[in-house]
Design a protein around this ligand. Structure first.
Ligand code: PMP
Length: 420
């Protein structure tokens, strides 16, 4: 029987045999451990786990690994999984802070319960009441909801087809650094195939935005939930440009392996990640051990190249769905609405002509016709300003349903002149 130490809170004393720097338990066979409030795994009804993959492969998770997965785990995440992910990150993004260990930014990583959790942990770690946080406008409403309890001021930065507009960002930074007397904490953005816009920032834009963040000593919270769902070649991430440790990057397996595993990872400057680890310890102790065991088993089976090839297949699936959606929009909505074809992700962001507010159309007229879409105003930082936009999420519906939604529903509405 192997014994594990227990985690201690930030204010607690930690007995020897604990990895104090990481605030996590280490295996300590030489100790008789009567310190922790851990359950005894021998009482659990699950002994091993078997995974059947869609290609027919069967993967066994043995007794020792299962037992470890069922117990409380290391707060930053399972060691082998973090190692696997660090190699993935190096292969895809090659962050400067990972290349040089003596770098002042230094790099670290935390397993999270998806990007949403990583976002919340970042807010918890960095934001106090009254602080300023910049965000692209329109933005992911999950971020607005997460930020609400922290009572920070969210400053909207407008977007165009190449991403966040640097000139607008520069004006806002100048304005708030001179006038508000508040602390500016970070910029939140979804730079690839964003939700709701589907926009991918150009590399030039990213460089300008990163330059402004350096000038004003601001952090960047890079939510790259759709990174692997974009058309190739992959665009350079903010993390891959981060020469001085100001990018906190959020990745997820929700779109490529499973949304239900609730597994993602936060990577970035060590001092911030360490605080996020403390936040994880006090909120949920660690990302589910069972999820991590399943994930690691699948990832190790695929290997890094295999996982990237799998992501390519997933991206192709959604790109084909996008094509179906765009084709039916071209067929039925030409002249009635406008849009830019997204280079990946899950969303078509259409602008309905002949109105400046799509809210009633979506919540009443479309719903009556049994079509659910989201009105543009849901993504605005200030919901008082109406939006003529509608977000069409094409990932889940069948090709036929996607086509039908436009032919019989939106197009009919606009043609019937019910839009105003
Ligand atoms: N960020 C964005 C931009 C998203 O669209 C989503 C999913 N809708 C999330 C985060 C949540 O991702 P996860 O499942 O990893 O928490």
């Amino acid at each position: 029987m192997e014994w594990w130490g227990t985690r201690m809170t930030s204010s607690g004393t930690r007995p020897q045999g604990f990895d104090i720097a990481r605030n996590t338990p280490v295996r300590c066979r030489q100790y008789i451990n009567l310190s922790g409030g851990m359950p005894n795994e021998d009482t659990f009804p699950i002994k091993t786990m078997t995974l059947k993959l869609t290609d027919g492969t069967v993967l066994e998770i043995d007794k020792a690994t299962t037992s470890k997965a069922l117990q409380y785990g290391r707060t930053p995440g399972q060691f082998e999984l973090l190692r696997w992910l660090t190699t993935l990150l190096k292969t895809v993004h090659n962050p400067p802070t990972l290349q040089d260990k003596s770098h002042p930014g230094q790099f670290d990583m935390l397993m999270t319960n998806g990007v949403q959790d990583g976002m919340y942990k970042t807010l918890e770690t960095l934001v106090d009441e009254g602080d300023i946080v910049f965000a692209e406008n329109p933005t992911y409403p999950g971020f607005l909801a997460a930020a609400l309890p922290f009572r920070c001021q969210i400053v909207p930065i407008e977007m165009d087809e190449d991403g966040l507009i640097p000139e607008e960002f520069s004006i806002a930074l100048k304005d708030h650094s001179i006038n508000s007397g508040r602390k500016m904490k970070f910029l939140y953005c979804v730079p690839n195939s964003g939700n709701p816009t589907g926009i991918c920032y150009t590399e030039e834009r990213k460089r300008l935005i990163y330059g402004l963040a350096r000038e004003y000593n601001l952090l960047i919270l890079e939510d790259d939930a759709y990174f692997f769902l974009q058309s190739k070649p992959y665009r350079k991430s903010f993390l891959s440009m981060d020469i001085d440790g100001r990018v906190i990057r959020l990745d997820t397996f929700s779109k490529t392996i499973s949304a239900g595993l609730r597994a993602g990872f936060l990577s970035g400057p060590k001092p911030i990640v360490e605080k996020a680890i403390m936040a994880m310890q006090t909120s949920s102790k660690n990302c589910s051990g069972v999820s991590q065991a399943i994930l690691l088993t699948v990832l190790q089976h695929m290997g890094h190249d295999g996982y990237l090839a799998h992501c390519d297949r997933v991206a192709d699936f959604y790109l084909r769905k996008r094509d179906v959606c765009v084709k039916s929009a071209e067929r039925y909505l030409k002249g009635l609405a406008e849009w830019k074809v997204p280079s990946g992700g899950m969303f078509l962001w259409i602008k309905v002509k002949g109105t400046n507010d799509s809210y009633k159309v979506v919540t009443e007229e479309l719903r009556k016709r049994k079509v659910l879409m989201v009105p543009g105003v849901a993504f605005k930082i200030s919901s008082e300003i109406p939006s003529a936009r509608i977000r069409i999420a094409y990932a889940f519906a069948s090709d036929e349903q996607i086509d039908k939604s436009k032919k019989y529903r939106i197009a009919a509405l606009v043609q019937e002149d019910r839009i105003n």
